[in-house]
Design a protein around this ligand. Structure first.
Ligand SMILES: [Zn+2]
Length: 430
């Protein structure tokens, strides 16, 4: 660039900065601000956003507010960090609409991609600005395209951390083989492998195609007794973890049994999903090894509603009681517990159900909100960028009606959504 060109560029930049119409400074003025750091919602605070980042937060009169800013009043609301759900399936929809087998076997992949786009939109508008999506459940690498379409601005949706196809043990997941003609070669809900070499090949393939996380199903209901049992050997899981970590990718495992969780811990995984059958000793080991826990409490409730005639508020089913017990063990052991709901099993955009479950089972409202913000960000290794309202953080901000620290149900009523400084939902101006 010539000196004159630099001068022109500078003059243009100054012009743009001075013209209000081009202002990239937005001042958000809610009734209160919860930053994610503690149990206080600050009355009279405001947040200044510049481009994609948070420029300042504090008492509105203390902020240095650039001239020409856009001021948005968010009366009656609390501004909180964008919420996260780090166990989702945007390619699934509730099983009382369509059984899982029928989704995987009868819905064309093109149709499922369109569904996933709609699910991503519903998620973002519900105030969930980040998802970790743990497997496309038979929709191949469709999540790579959903993530790209969101990043390109083609469709609205949350930030996506994706696991692509997920890895299952041969004949352990589904659809089938049980319940189907044994000579059918059915499309699968994950990538089936057997043996260390096949495991390594699948990890390479998935990371090569864009996986942010590697997801393994280390136990499942695959034997003829109907109970969950380990599916992989320690050697197979260890091989996956070693390769994923060498590539800088963390590993999440589905484990519903204590034995499966022990294998996962011994292999050095990064997060354990579900954990229903975990013993206090096993959760103590997770704490010791710094392995995060995503309890998926709402999935347990949804299964009970769909298949055991359970209704919300009724006495929990044995399966729900087991999930609740595991959650309490983890909480008592001091395990890092994030918000991960298994949404997709239930309706996208109702991810708040998981936050409310965690509070119902023993977390304070502050802890439950932190699980869905600062804690999830830490599990995602994004603690310096996401999950808090602080200077320099990505401007993912949500305003909820009321004060969620006093009444958590406030998160069901989202009035304003901003992701990376861009507004996706705001109150109608009077
Ligand atoms: Zn799941």
């Amino acid at each position: 660039m010539t000196a004159k060109a630099i001068l022109n560029a500078t003059a243009l930049a100054l012009l743009l900065a001075a013209a209000p119409a081009f202002s990239s400074d937005t001042l958000l003025v809610p009734d209160r601000v919860w930053t994610g750091d503690d149990g206080v919602a600050h009355t009279g605070w405001a947040v200044l956003v510049h481009d994609e980042h948070i420029a300042a937060v504090g008492p509105v009169h203390s902020l240095q507010i650039p001239a020409g800013n856009t001021r948005i009043e968010l009366r009656g609301t609390t501004l909180i960090p964008g919420l996260m759900d780090i166990h989702s399936h945007v390619f699934l929809h509730p099983y009382n609409e369509t059984l899982w087998n029928d989704q995987v076997l009868k819905e064309a992949e093109a149709y499922r991609v369109l569904e996933a786009a709609e699910h991503a939109r519903a998620t973002l508008l519900a105030g969930f600005t980040t998802l970790r999506d743990l497997g496309t459940e038979g929709a191949g690498y469709g999540d790579v395209s959903i993530k790209r379409a969101i990043e390109d601005g083609l469709i609205p949706g949350p930030r996506m951390f994706i696991a692509t196809r997920a890895i299952v043990a041969t004949d352990s997941y589904g659809p089938g083989p049980k319940g189907f003609r044994p000579d059918l070669d059915l499309p699968q809900g994950g990538q089936p492998v057997s043996g260390v070499d096949a495991m390594l090949a699948a990890v390479r393939e998935q990371i090569g195609h864009g996986a942010d996380w590697v997801k393994l199903y280390v136990d499942y209901r695959w034997t003829n007794d109907g109970d969950s049992h380990p599916t992989f050997t320690l050697a197979e899981i260890k091989a996956a973890v070693e390769l994923a970590h060498a590539a800088g990718k963390p590993v999440a495992v589905h484990a519903a049994t204590d034995a499966g969780m022990r294998l996962a811990i011994a292999a050095g995984v990064d997060s354990i999903e579900h954990g229903d059958g975990g013993s206090p000793e096993t959760f103590a080991l997770m704490k010791q090894h710094g392995i995060a826990y995503l309890p998926t409490l709402t999935a347990a409730e949804a299964y009970a509603q769909y298949f055991e005639h359970h209704q919300a508020g009724q006495a929990p089913t044995p399966r729900m009681q087991q999930a609740a017990q595991a959650f309490r063990y983890a909480l008592a052991a001091g395990v890092t517990i994030g918000c991960g709901s298994d949404v997709g099993v239930f309706a996208h955009g109702t991810n708040w159900r998981e936050v409310e479950w965690m509070a119902r089972l023993g977390m304070s409202n502050t802890q439950a909100l932190q699980a869905a913000t600062v804690t999830d960000a830490r599990i995602l290794r994004k603690a310096g960028e996401l999950g808090r309202i602080a200077t320099g953080y990505d401007a993912d901000l949500v305003a909820v009606a009321g004060d969620p620290l006093a009444d958590l149900r406030a998160i069901e009523h989202v009035a304003f959504v901003m992701k990376a400084g861009r507004i996706y939902k705001q109150p109608a101006t009077p």
